[in-house]
Design a protein around this ligand. Structure first.
Ligand SMILES: [Zn+2]
Ligand SMILES: [Zn+2]
Ligand SMILES: [Zn+2]
Length: 106
């Protein structure tokens, strides 16, 4: 029994070769020590582009899988009210989404 190998598996550090089962971007491998199958994806991402609003979108050139990332044009942080523990709020100048901190205790 390989104690070191088992310890690595317990930490999620499995061994074995990654293989491409198809033409898509997912690769899988079966651990040679514990037999567990892992999956991960390696997409061939295209350039980021705006989808409208503040959402940036890119697509995998190979399988077309979408990925998005918000890119807001945040204004300055402002206090939401005059309470002594008021949270701070900022608003996107483009899509008016707002985000606030948890109350601050001064
Ligand atoms: Zn393993
Ligand atoms: Zn892909
Ligand atoms: Zn926005």
């Amino acid at each position: 029994m390989d104690i070191l190998r088992q310890a690595l598996c317990a930490m999620g550090r499995h061994s074995g070769e990654w293989s491409h089962p198809g033409s898509r971007c997912e690769t899988i491998r079966t651990c040679s020590a514990c037999g567990r199958t892992e999956e991960r994806s390696r997409h061939d991402w295209g350039d980021w582009g705006y989808a409208g609003g503040c959402e940036q979108v890119r697509r995998c050139l190979r399988c077309g899988a979408p990925d998005s990332w918000p890119d807001h044009d945040w204004g300055p942080w402002l206090y939401a009210n005059t309470e002594f523990n008021s949270p701070q709020v900022r608003t996107c100048r483009r899509c008016h989404t707002s985000e606030r901190t948890s109350p601050t205790y001064r």
